[in-house]
Write a new protein. Structure first.
Ligand code: PAF
Length: 290
């Protein structure tokens, strides 16, 4: 596996791969790999000639009171894991190279962000699409891979690719979970022990909500209330939001009669956790995004 640390070398490498007609599968990450990241790389390996992954903790997507400094980092382990998983190139640029000066041009996101995480993290998705647009230009992937745990991010990236005509396919893979149901996340290591024990209730709460839909419930408020009550009852976390919206356009619904997302974010002292389920009007887990 080749480790590339400069934008210039990454660009040259991508250009030469494209000249050789190689397909590139790209997995953008902020590092501290868990099975979720590795599953994306494995799928990219199956689908493409070359797998490129990036590790870059992007300052633009963190608010001033957010966990940019505390975001877990372990480059040495990440390199070993990426190599074992079969990545061909690991791109690890530094901040100075990615942002040599204050950006004159950034991207704005005008829809799909006034709900869920976008509401409590103003500017977050602008930061995400800005760094992704740079990475897509530098790497020029054929396909790019994201986890469905960050379902709002997937909806925004879907719009980025479509609205700005990036010639690539977005592949979104199912959330990978711990045995007890907790969605794998780099932030889980920052949970205190009691919080870690309570955290699987987030997934159980979402499943309880989905079960109501399986049983015929069509009223989103009742489903949302079930999730709120379960999380409040079984965890010490502070709920940021529980929302049920159409997907991927993330609009409010008054009756569940199409594909929807049931999503939540919960603040623990150690970390803010997010999770979601994507299902159809009968509560069946969605296989495709749209
Ligand atoms: O999901 C992430 O890890 C980040 O938001 C991403 C896509 C790598 C952009 O910085």
């Amino acid at each position: 596996m080749k480790i590339i640390r400069t934008v210039h070398e990454m660009q040259e490498t991508a250009l030469s791969l494209l000249t050789d007609n190689k397909t590139i599968g790209f997995v953008p990450t902020m590092g501290f790999f868990h099975e979720g990241h590795l599953a994306l790389m494995e799928q990219a390996k199956k689908d493409n000639d070359i797998v490129v992954s990036s590790i870059f903790v992007n300052p633009l997507q963190f608010g001033p009171s957010e966990d940019y400094e505390q975001y877990p980092r372990d480059e040495e382990k990440d390199i070993i894991h990426a190599e074992e998983t079969g990545a061909d190139v690991l791109f690890i640029p530094d901040t100075q190279d990615m942002y040599p000066r204050k950006m004159v041009i950034t991207l704005d996101v005008t829809d799909r962000v006034n709900v869920m995480c976008g509401r409590s993290r103003p500017g977050h998705f602008q930061g995400v699409v800005t760094v992704l647009a740079k990475l897509f230009h530098i790497i020029q992937p054929t396909k790019t891979y994201f986890g469905r745990k960050d379902a709002q991010q997937v909806a925004v990236v879907d719009a980025l690719i479509e609205d700005l005509n990036f010639p690539m396919e977005l592949i979104a893979l199912p959330t990978i979970r711990e045995q007890d149901g907790l969605a794998k996340s780099s932030r889980n290591v920052n949970l205190r022990q009691e919080e870690r024990e309570e955290a699987p209730w987030i997934y159980k709460a979402l499943e309880n909500g989905r079960q109501l839909v399986v049983d015929g419930e069509k009223n989103p408020d009742i489903v949302v209330k079930e999730v709120l009550d379960t999380i409040n009852c079984y965890t010490s976390g502070k709920i940021d939001y529980v929302e049920l919206l159409s997907y991927p356009d993330l609009q409010p619904v008054s009756v569940i009669e199409q594909q929807v997302i049931l999503a939540t974010a919960v603040y623990f002292e150690g970390a803010r956790l997010i999770d979601n389920l994507l299902f159809d009007k009968n509560g069946e887990i969605a296989k495709r995004l749209k």
